[in-house]
Design a protein around this ligand. Structure first.
Ligand code: ZN
Length: 86
């Protein structure tokens, strides 16, 4: 069963939940009772990130930054490819 990361819209706590596609995505936070939203899968959010100090906006900014870095790296990788038109 696929696992998804959910982030609380209230206290920003994050949990990993196994859901099948047919399951509802409506999850309540166990900490504060606010609804939780499926978070983007961001492998760079590491275990050292303490949820109580992480706000959803910061996570989003980090994701954007990580995406930008990944894109730049992909561009560099493409440059390395010697394209020789025949
Ligand atoms: Zn919460």
């Amino acid at each position: 069963m696929p696992r998804y990361k959910f982030a609380c819209t209230g206290c920003a706590v994050q949990v990993i939940v196994s859901r099948s596609l047919s399951d509802s995505n409506d999850i309540g936070c166990e900490e504060c009772g606010e609804p939780m939203k499926k978070a983007l899968t961001v492998p760079h959010i590491n275990a050292q990130t303490r949820p109580e100090h992480t706000h959803v906006g910061e996570v989003t900014e980090q994701f954007i930054e990580d995406s930008r870095v990944a894109l730049e790296k992909q561009k560099e990788d493409v440059k390395e490819i010697n394209y020789e038109p025949s």
